[in-house]
Write a protein that binds this ligand. Structure first.
Ligand SMILES: [Zn+2]
Length: 421
């Protein structure tokens, strides 16, 4: 119903503009001579569609009305109205736009706008900033409609024990009263989530205690806010599960998980893992980024693109833990940490390298990540969802790196300008 209302309103707006234009130009054509489409509908046909929930539709037909998927199905099931022309996507694969469930983006208006545009060019429809937004500008920008840019969500300022020498943006708390007050302060800023860090940073600091994180989780839940936890150690991950944590923003990094942890996960099937794998520590092909950045930026990247043995060991632990939890049926989302606009494509490759099936990784980066960040209007190619999708030249189910072979990106039905800005 709201879609019909919007369409009607747009039609009236167009008529108004046309009448005004005719009056200004002295044109003799009356507005009634102009034939307007009743609704802004675009049809697409011929692609393989990865729905985002694990289903695949070969030779699909779908339509987009006012930025929302209207009909989606195989060419046998969905009829194109006679006389309409559809966008021909034969030979292409279409997948939902990606959601990045763990980033830390710029906090000034211009820089954040640029961060979100560059993500849109890479097929990313939304990103959740986890705890580094001390300023109000990023929170305000969540509600602004920016065509050709990813949507933005924020956990505001995260909460941790004092970490002198590190960023002072998060709340530093040492008592239960301070911990609860920090949650109330962030709730008053209308943040999307609460973020906590539970990490002694290699023995440098006292880490957030079970008493404090339990209070934070309890206070957050009283404000209907879910809690994302940065973790390092298995012991803390278990404590957090018992205390009601909602999402892990990293996997367990200090050791291989054990049977007790898997059992705790099975008791909390709603808990989501954003594995956020570290680099694999092996040189990778970066040539696909040549059209997305300056030659200088790419050269800097290439310089760090070398074999690193210590990184390989860290990756090994987290990769084994991810493979085990995925096999155990835990819901896996996708996040990249930091501010690297193209990182989701590498993270998806790393998740496959860890042992997940490409099909499962696509679901993680789309449907599951949308769920993790609380967006129920995107993440799958289904009737009623926002038309956020990527047209690929090759099938990522055959090789996950094919998510980089982007032909076009559409956000809310609008074609994203990828000509480089
Ligand atoms: Zn982070």
């Amino acid at each position: 119903m709201s879609r019909y209302k919007l369409g009607a309103r747009l039609t009236i707006l167009f008529l108004g503009v046309i009448s005004l234009a005719a009056a200004v130009s002295g044109c003799s054509q009356a507005p009634s001579d102009v034939v307007l489409e009743p609704a802004n509908t675009t049809y697409y046909e011929g692609a393989r569609v990865l729905v985002g929930n694990g289903e695949v539709i070969e030779d699909a037909v779908f339509s987009v009305v006012d930025g929302v998927f209207a009909a989606v199905g195989s060419s046998n099931a969905v009829d194109l109205p006679s006389g309409v022309s559809a966008v021909d996507l034969r030979g292409k694969t279409v997948m939902p736009a990606i959601v990045d469930a763990h980033v830390h983006l710029s906090t000034s208006r211009d820089a954040l706008t640029q961060d979100l545009r560059r993500r849109a060019e890479q097929g990313i429809s939304a990103a959740l900033s986890l705890g580094s937004d001390g300023e109000d500008v990023p929170l305000e920008m969540r509600d602004e409609l920016m065509p050709g840019a990813a949507r933005y969500l924020s956990a505001g300022r995260g909460i941790t024990m004092p970490e002198p020498g590190r960023t002072e943006v998060p709340h530093w708390v040492t008592s239960e009263a301070q911990a609860r007050q920090a949650v109330r302060d962030e709730a008053a800023r209308d943040v999307n989530f609460i973020k906590i860090w539970v990490d002694d940073r290699n023995g440098q600091y006292e880490k957030l205690s079970a008493e404090l994180y339990s209070a934070i989780i309890d206070e957050a839940h009283q404000h209907n806010l879910k809690v994302f936890a940065h973790i390092f150690a298995l012991e803390d991950a278990k404590g957090l599960l018992r205390a009601g944590i909602d999402v892990f923003a990293h996997g367990v990094r200090d050791q291989d998980i054990d049977d007790e942890f898997v059992a705790l996960i099975r008791q909390r099937p709603e808990v989501i893992l954003v594995p956020n794998l570290p680099s694999r520590g092996v040189p990778t092909d970066l040539s696909w980024l040549a059209t997305s950045m300056s030659a200088e930026e790419l050269m800097q990247l290439q310089a760090g693109n070398v074999e690193r043995l210590e990184v390989q060991a860290a990756h090994g632990i987290q990769a084994r833990n991810l493979a085990r939890l995925s096999a155990a049926g835990m819901t896996i989302a996708m996040g990249t940490d930091g501010n690297t606009f193209w990182a989701p494509h590498v993270e998806m490759e790393d998740m496959v390298a860890a042992g997940m099936a490409a099909a499962d990784v696509i679901v993680s980066a789309t449907q599951n990540s949308a769920n993790a960040v609380g967006l129920d209007d995107t993440g799958t190619i289904q009737t009623g969802k926002r038309a956020d999708f990527i047209v690929l030249d090759a099938n990522p189910l055959e090789a996950i790196e094919n998510t980089r072979r982007i032909s076009a990106v559409y956000l809310a039905g609008g074609l994203v300008d990828r000509s480089g800005r």
